[in-house]
Write a protein that binds this ligand. Structure first.
Ligand SMILES: Cc1cc2nc3c(=O)[nH]c(=O)nc-3n(C[C@H](O)[C@H](O)[C@H](O)COP(=O)(O)OP(=O)(O)OC[C@H]3O[C@@H](n4cnc5c(N)ncnc54)[C@H](O)[C@@H]3O)c2cc1C
Length: 382
């Protein structure tokens, strides 16, 4: 079976890798260079704590794959299992987390609520005067996105996939009933199946086929400081402002914050406003970092779906052989190991795995949304 995958981010690469492992003849098209999109601009966090149980179940299985990825790909993903720590101020937030924790426990991933005293004892560098309670998800952690991206890339190549950088998919060719190929900036390609994993450009490719997914890019900025001695283990989320920060293995403090921007493709610049509001939130929580210098800022898109849950697979009303993997809404890197595996099984064997079924694109048509508001660095609050 000939499959063309459009997009050289982690979801396209994971899908290409699993397809090649399953024996497909795979060509992956990347208009820029591998990892040019959100995949190498990510914060590098993984978690299993979401409001929607469908996302929890999916993330629990994807996490298992992440943890064994080093052995599988031969690239060290630099996994750190320091947990996610949410700092909660408002009664309604605490109530929401306590309610959700019942569901997390049902799924084997309950967390720990920490009083301000316990927070002070465990994380003495944190200023928690105004914090009512913390929630620690010990199953959560961090990885290095570059090593995973290139690990999938190298492994897909080793398995015989063709990866064409600097090659843009211009249009998907159909014969009314099914896809038959892709027109690219370097000529045409035949295909039995096409996977569109082109993040914020997904609709550009689908629209000529009469398909529009409810997704929209929202630019998010991130920053990294000069390195300091290691002290921050978890990824910390100041839930009211939705500022997040953690420390890399090199000692840099990395993070971002919800900062209002016009939705849509607005270019990949950065602003003084975003970095200074992140720095204010960071140094309010960890005053000892006050004199640190910010070394670098960058931005990338969260491809937000209307329910903030990812979209994978195909709608049976679409031309045969057309698949998508997109709409990750800011938590896609951690989902990609399982997305690639299940999507490849779907394409090669027609199997719709029970964990994948809720995320099919037909959910929007059928009104079966998966509302997910636990978006890190997303619109602040609940
Ligand atoms: C600041 C920031 C922080 C984040 N933090 C986290 C985090 O901590 N944890 C987490 O799990 N997720 C995080 N994310 C989200 C995560 O990065 C994304 O969900 C994930 O990388 C999406 O992968 P992708 O392969 O779908 O998209 P991308 O990586 O964007 O890849 C899409 C690719 O398609 C290519 N493309 C587009 N159009 C075409 C075309 N016509 N032809 C050929 N190629 C094309 C693009 O060049 C791009 O390389 C973060 C995102 C941002 C921006």
């Amino acid at each position: 079976m000939k499959v063309v995958v459009i997009g050289g981010g982690v979801s396209g690469l994971s899908t290409a890798y699993h397809l090649a492992r399953g024996g497909a003849e795979v060509v992956l098209l990347e208009r820029g260079v591998i990892g040019y999109g959100a995949s190498t601009r990510a914060g590098g966090g993984f978690r299993v704590h979401f409001w929607a149980e469908e996302n929890v179940k999916f993330a629990v299985e994807s996490r298992k794959r992440l943890l064994r990825l080093g052995r599988e790909l031969g690239w060290n993903p630099v996994i750190e299992r320091g947990g996610y720590l949410w700092l909660l101020k408002r009664e309604e937030d605490i109530r929401r987390f306590r309610e959700a924790d019942k569901m997390w426990r049902r799924n084997g991933v309950g967390g720990r609520f920490l009083s301000p005293e316990e927070l002070r004892e465990r994380f003495p560098y944190l200023q928690v005067e105004d914090v009512a309670e913390g929630f620690l998800g010990p199953q959560d952690g961090k990885f290095h996105h570059d090593f995973i991206t290139y690990g999938y890339y190298a492994s897909a190549l080793r398995l015989g996939a063709k990866i064409l950088e600097g090659t843009e998919a211009l249009s998907i060719i159909t014969d009314e009933r099914k896809v038959i190929g892709v027109e690219t900036s370097r000529g045409g390609l035949d295909a039995d199946a096409v996977v569109v994993a082109a993040a914020e450009e997904t609709n550009t490719l689908l629209k000529p086929l009469g398909i529009t997914l409810p997704i929209e890019p929202v630019r998010k900025e991130a920053a990294v400081t000069e390195p300091v001695q290691h002290m921050i283990e978890p990824l910390i989320i100041d839930w009211e402002s939705n500022a997040y920060f953690t420390q890399t293995p090199r000692g840099e403090i990395i993070g971002g914050i919800d900062y209002p921007v016009k939705h849509g493709k607005i270019g990949l610049g950065t602003t003084l406003g975003a970095v200074s509001s992140w720095a204010k939130a960071l140094t309010r929580r960890i005053p000892i970092l006050r004199d640190l210098r910010v070394l670098r800022t960058w931005s990338g898109y969260y491809t937000m779906s209307t329910d903030s849950s990812h979209i994978m697979g195909r709608d049976e009303e679409w031309p045969e052989g057309l698949y998508v993997a997109c709409g990750y809404s800011g938590h896609g890197f951690m989902m990609a190991p399982l997305v690639g595996e299940l999507l490849a099984r779907n394409i090669l064997h027609g199997e719709v795995h029970e964990l994948m079924r809720p995320f099919l694109p037909s959910r929007f048509r059928e009104g079966r949304l998966i509302p997910e508001a636990l978006v890190i660095g997303g619109e602040a609050g609940l």
